[in-house]
Design a protein around this ligand. Structure first.
Ligand code: SAM
Length: 211
């Protein structure tokens, strides 16, 4: 079984729009629905790298919620927080952490066209102190209701779409941030994984029909 020409074309087109230097880190987001919704939004906005720390158990991805989008966003678990954030700083990323405090700045004041790592936090505790100490900026989405905070996947979406708006305005979706070599490498990996998944699906279906 091979991947179709059209599918390859589609993968190539999305990779040309992927924003290599707009990244997301989820600090112990534990709810499967939330994490999966974040993944799906990352795909929609053109985020290529989603990093996460997960201190829970079980599966973090629900494919009924990602609708397959988890295949097109590189998601990596981070085990060493200090090493990870130091490396991001060395790479020139501004670390923008969500923090529910009066001292935090409005999320729209950030220039997301710069290399940016957006940090969102756990459903109950928010972003941990261990991670917060690496933040260059602390941001908040203004709240005018009775509830103190938004659902984390909604908050991530709101921030990412502001980043997308700024990046569109600057024309960053019109010139690939990945080199042709990087694109080809990812296509090779993704198309192989895609075929394997398809095969698994088909054999599961065959098993089901013959049972
Ligand atoms: C339900 S909130 C956590 C609430 C927690 N009690 C706190 O004080 O951070 C989960 C995550 O959603 C994001 N979030 C929710 N509402 C937000 C807001 N108004 N501004 C920025 N981020 C928000 C943040 O990433 C936060 O860590």
């Amino acid at each position: 079984m091979f991947i179709t020409e059209n599918r390859l074309k589609k993968i190539y087109e999305i990779l040309k729009k992927r924003q290599k230097n707009l990244q997301v880190f989820t600090d112990n987001v534990k709810n499967q629905h939330n994490f999966s919704a974040i993944l799906r939004t990352c795909d929609a906005v053109g985020v290529l790298y989603l990093y996460y720390r997960f201190l829970g158990h079980g599966e973090l991805i629900n494919e009924e919620i990602t609708m397959g989008s988890h295949k097109w966003v590189i998601h990596k678990e981070v085990s060493n927080i200090d090493k990870f954030f130091q490396k991001k700083k060395e790479e020139g990323f501004q670390i923008v952490a969500t923090y529910l405090s009066e001292d935090s700045i409005n999320f729209r004041e950030i220039d997301y066209t710069k290399p940016t790592l957006i940090v969102v936090g756990n459903e109950v505790q928010g972003v941990s102190k261990e991670v917060l100490k690496y933040a260059d900026k602390q941001i908040i989405i203004p709240m005018y209701g009775m509830a103190q905070s938004l659902n984390v996947s909604v908050a991530t979406g709101v921030i990412l779409y502001e980043a997308q708006r700024q990046r569109e305005e600057k024309g960053l979706y019109n010139k690939p941030s990945l080199s042709e070599e990087e694109i080809q490498k990812i296509i090779k990996k993704w198309s192989t994984e895609d075929v394997i998944k398809q095969k698994k699906k088909e054999s599961a279906m065959r098993r089901f029909l013959s049972s």
